[in-house]
Write a protein that binds this ligand. Sequence first.
Ligand code: HEC
Ligand code: HEC
Ligand code: HEC
Ligand code: HEC
Length: 170
Amino acid sequence: MRAPGSRVLPLLLLAFGGAAGAADFVGPDSCKGCHPEAYEAWMQSKHARAENSLSEQQKKDGRCLSCHSPDQAAQATASVTCETCHGGGQYYSPEYVMKDPELSRLVGLVDPSEKQCRTCHDASSPSLRPFDFKESLKAIDHWSAERARRAARADASSSTQAPPPASTKK
Ligand code: HEC
Ligand code: HEC
Ligand code: HEC
Ligand code: HEC
């Protein structure tokens, strides 16, 4: 347990009071200001409107909410939101944390996995075809534009520096 980020762990444990990972949701509007491209793309997706597929009756039914709006009861955040996939943002959304990939993950940022998708996209969902992770990822792409902007910004701010050799990236 000697990861470079480990020196912050004692502090974090204090902050969490032992409930590491149980960060509160801040809501998609809180992510919007810093991730406008991701937000716009998500807004176009069915995830952002998943709650609207339910009738008034079904919106009170935990059996439907568990996939269509899983965080609603605890967090007052409807539908399948940023934080349903990326984890509650209370501790990672401050900018200085976000800029530190290691720290942000220590305080709750999740890299969404295929397994996570499949908790909702399982055999019981009313899909005509079985869930195909790679195809589905393309359909929810909200990161390409985001990464393009980031790359452009990095280019602009370090145009005098040579880019790092490709071999340093895995
Ligand atoms: C104050 C600005 C700010 C807010 C608010 C914010 N972010 Fe970020 N986020 C950043 C910055 C800066 C980065 C680092 C990458 C970059 O420079 O664009 C980042 C990176 C990320 C990454 C990639 C992390 C990595 O290391 O691969 C994800 C995923 C992410 N944010 C999701 C979210 C979500 C979800 C929310 C809302 C709960 C959110 N962010 C709120 C500024 C912010
Ligand atoms: C919390 C549950 C949940 C998780 C986790 C989840 N989804 Fe979904 N997803 C849904 C629901 C519910 C819908 C249907 C929304 C609607 O139309 O009401 C949906 C719809 C979709 C659609 C649109 C399907 C169509 O017919 O157009 C795609 C694509 C998709 N999800 C991909 C993913 C991927 C990829 C992941 C993982 C990274 C993922 N989902 C994770 C619940 C979830
Ligand atoms: C295990 C997770 C899960 C549960 C529980 C669940 N759904 Fe869904 N539902 C999904 C997913 C995933 C989709 C999207 C399927 C696809 O197109 O790939 C979906 C799609 C739908 C759609 C179609 C939306 C559209 O755009 O055509 C309706 C309507 C719907 N669900 C209603 C319900 C109702 C009503 C309940 C409760 C009785 C419920 N669902 C429970 C996962 C779930
Ligand atoms: C259904 C799950 C899901 C939802 C909802 C979702 N994301 Fe993502 N997000 C992902 C996945 C999966 C990736 C990584 C895709 C890849 O690396 O191929 C990702 C990537 C990102 C990235 C880029 C990270 C990087 O390394 O460059 C950012 C930023 C981000 N998401 C922010 C958001 C924000 C903001 C929202 C809400 C407005 C949101 N996401 C909603 C699943 C989701």
